[in-house]
Design a protein around this ligand. Sequence first.
Ligand code: PEP
Ligand code: CO
Length: 447
Amino acid sequence: MTWNPSSWQAFDARQQPSYDDQGELAQVLQHVAMMPPLVTAWEIDRLRRHLGEAAKGHRFLLQGGDCAERFDECRPEIIANRLKVLLQMSLVLIYGLRLPVIRVGRLAGQYAKPRSADFEGDGSARLPSYRGDIVNAPEFNPEARRPDPRRMMTAYEHSAMTLNYVRALGEGGFADLHHPEQWDLDFVTSEKLRDEYQSIVNAILDAIRFTEAVSPTPLSNTDRVSFFTSHEALILPYEEAFTRATKDGVYNLSTHFPWVGKRTNSRDSAHIEYVRGIRNPIGLKIGADMDATDLKSILDRVDPDYEDGRVTLITRFGADDIERDLPRLIEAVSASGHPVLWTCDPMHGNTEVTEDGLKTRQFENILAELEQAFDIHHVYGTVLGGVHLELTGENVTECTGGARGLKAKDLHEAYESQVDPRLNAEQALEMAFSIVRKCRTMRSKNV
Ligand code: PEP
Ligand code: CO
């Protein structure tokens, strides 16, 4: 069957808003489709190569950011803090794992959310669910919850503003590895974490100074860092509008790295039909309900050429289920011959609700799933080449545990997420150290 940017329309498109004015929808999409793209095919090709190397254990993927970005959080300090925590984590990982780190933000377009129910409330108080700022607003009233196509244009504008600032920070002094002291540890209260981080920064600075002293030409790439964007490719009319033909093929130029969420990742879904035709590397979220045969057919559709870097499988089972479900899927994928990059999302299978009704995740469970993922891949001869985290650079209290020992009763202090609970900056940095500790223990056992 031939593919084109709208061929997904003949398939089962789940999790789509139902817009009440088709004329308005068409008008917005026509407008969006004329907008300049946010990223280029060259950048996307480079990311695909890097992901291919991560699959072989030569790089490590750090993918992280908000569960959902909000239009009103498109603010300089929030964007800079988010970038800062990802940079700090990547320093820890580069130094600790002795591997280049691919930094990918869930940002500059992560505005759409799949929901378990189409509606909330009942009777006269029944309203469409909040599906992310690209669709509607979270306030519980008919005006806010009406899916508004014009929000797609606003999402594009906010993505562009965010990415513009991220690029400016990445090119300029902010991301200069000579000055990591700029990435201060405002939110880190643990002395131990601060000291550990400081000693890594000092060691890196020493290494850079030494190499530059003995090398006639300055090190390239130490004054800037590369950074890629990703988001869930959920609202297909929007993704279609950014699907552009270039001389190297058809790309989605709204992001470097689109992923298909767990709820839309199935063999005959419109989402799989859509992504199979674009040249971007594709992430596929996989939960405990994924059948091994189905996964193989999805891979055959999305990766017919068995291409390095083409598919990243992001597993999210939960600390209690990973041991049951990851091995069977690894065996199926290894037998299929598709050269996938395996990464672990230890967030989405470990969500729970506190007695006061707040969604949370325990640091210990997140880490437990991640550690098991490392062990299981090792046993099965595959590589865990990355991690996918929901985190923020702010000092929120959404996940429990970690160095500050946040308890369920503390979560009210600064709970901001409208959707899933995120690691705060301190917990995120601690997670990076925990990953390093785990890998070092594994390596020392192997020698
Ligand atoms: C997400 O990444 O925010 C998400 C909804 O994940 P999943 O599709 O894995 O449930
Ligand atoms: Co989420």
